[in-house]
Ligand binder design. Structure first.
Ligand code: LLP
Length: 418
């Protein structure tokens, strides 16, 4: 694969497939993913982390479609899940339970039971009370639960505040000052087996320095634990590497992997990473159609058929994704806000984009493979889009477009007695 995007006869192609033909066949809006690029991203990590001493757990929350999980399970990925829903998806898609890590700050009793029943690799525990609960449930079942403790290393990842997770005032992980006591407590509990230590400092991070800083903090801590005869078998540094255009993404994955491996060379603990976005982000696009163009005051608007309910990131994090034209037209390029049909002023997909747009034109929102469909909703009673997977230039529907029946499936009219 040379470049995931190509232009042939002025038509935009994604992973070898002409996008206008996808729109014709499956309608818009629709998410389109590339199997090849997902595999390439995963293999980039695998190739550049050292052979034995690493373990990659794809963060399911980034894109939990079962076909995506199936691809990753098939090539040997582990999985990081944050709910029993995600756990069930991984099992359904053929993932190996022994390669599943259960993260999350608020696991319910039933989440924990499900994880224990499935015999997952370990829970990443985020508080003393969660630890005690896991021990109690494991005791009732007469088994040992494998755990890691997720600590909060207080490292600034320089990212959007909503997706920074490793600062001391964030809700995640255990405060470093309490971590030692919690490890000691874990070592004394009858039904707990301590496997490792974990952290996750945030998402969409492009600088490797904060990852290195948190790794140093964790390694130092692990060495201190040895003095108490607590020996860990892994160090989990979480996910968070940002997504970039295809080749730059590969270079970034390579640099990240080599640097991390170099920083912990000579250590006996396995290094675990939990990447989500950097595996699926650039491997997906959102294809949409322009319903209308109009000018209000000073502003030109292209009103498209995808809205914040389909792709929330610009509204929620002011994310700026590239938007490309799909087919040629005779319009003059102007500065547009690309907005959706939802009744909210925050419903925009891109602001101030210079594009030639006419009513009916298709547009392609890039890097939509992560935190796209998975964060979609039915707001404004909009049916969520279809998802298509490209496998060697052939198209597979991996999620049908929702219908009105889907929307009201769990709702009930009441009976009126007159
Ligand atoms: N591990 C843990 C414990 C996490 O909480 C996350 C993401 C990851 C791994 C994967 O991070 P990634 O490699 O995908 O950055 N909705 C936001 C992102 C929220 C990320 C939450 N945690 C967005 O659209 O930017």
């Amino acid at each position: 694969m040379s470049n995931i995007f190509e232009i042939k006869d002025k038509e935009l192609f994604f992973d070898g497939v002409q996008l206008s033909t996808v729109a014709k066949k499956f309608g818009t809006p629709c998410y389109i993913y590339s199997k090849n690029l997902i595999e390439k991203n995963f293999n980039g990590y695998r190739e550049h982390l050292s052979s034995e001493n690493h373990f990659i757990c794809y963060a399911v929350k980034a894109n939990p479609n079962v076909a995506i999980l199936q691809i990753l399970a098939k090539i040997g990925s582990g999985f990081d899940v944050t709910s029993q829903g995600e756990l069930n998806r991984v099992l359904y898609a053929g993932g190996d339970p022994k390669k599943i890590i259960f993260s999350g700050v608020g696991k319910s009793e039933s989440d924990i039971k499900k994880g224990l029943d499935a015999k997952i690799k370990c829970f990443n525990v985020e508080s003393k009370y969660e630890l005690l609960l896991i021990n109690r449930i494991a005791k009732t079942n007469d088994i040992k639960a494998s755990i890691s403790i997720r600590v909060n290393p207080n490292v600034d990842a320089n990212t959007h505040p909503y997706i920074a997770t490793g600062l001391k005032n964030d809700k995640f992980g255990v405060d470093m000052r309490e971590a030692h006591g919690i490890f000691k407590l874990a070592s004394e509990l009858s039904n707990i087996e301590i496997m490792g230590i974990a952290c996750h400092i945030g998402s969409q991070i492009y600088d490797i320095a904060p990852f290195r800083e948190s790794l140093q903090i964790l390694m130092h801590f692990v060495d201190k634990l040895k003095l108490d005869n607590i020996h860990l078998s892994h160090i989990d540094i979480g996910g968070g590497l940002g997504t970039l255009k295809e080749d730059t993404n590969q270079t970034n994955i390579k640099e990240f992997s080599k640097t991390i491996m170099n920083d912990c060379s000579g250590r006996t603990e396995k290094i675990i990473i939990e990447p989500g976005r950097s595996i699926v982000g650039n491997a997906g696009v959102l294809l949409m159609k322009t319903e209308y163009v109009k000018t209000n005051g000073e502003k030109n608007f292209a009103i498209v058929d995808a809205g914040m309910n389909d792709y929330l990131r610009p509204a929620l994090y002011q994310a700026e994704m590239e938007i490309k034209s799909v087919s040629p037209n005779s319009a003059q390029a102007k500065i547009y806000d690309i907005v959706g049909p939802v009744c909210e002023s925050g419903d925009f997909l891109g602001k101030d984009r210079q594009l030639p747009i006419e009513t009916g034109d298709l547009l392609c929102l890039c890097d939509a493979g992560a935190y796209g469909f998975t964060m979609s909703s039915n707001y404004n009673s909009r049916c969520r889009p279809t998802e298509i997977l490209i496998v060697d230039e052939s198209l597979h529907v991996i999620r049908e477009r929702e219908t009105f029946e889907d929307l009201i499936k769990n709702e009930k009219l009441i009976e009126y007695i007159n």
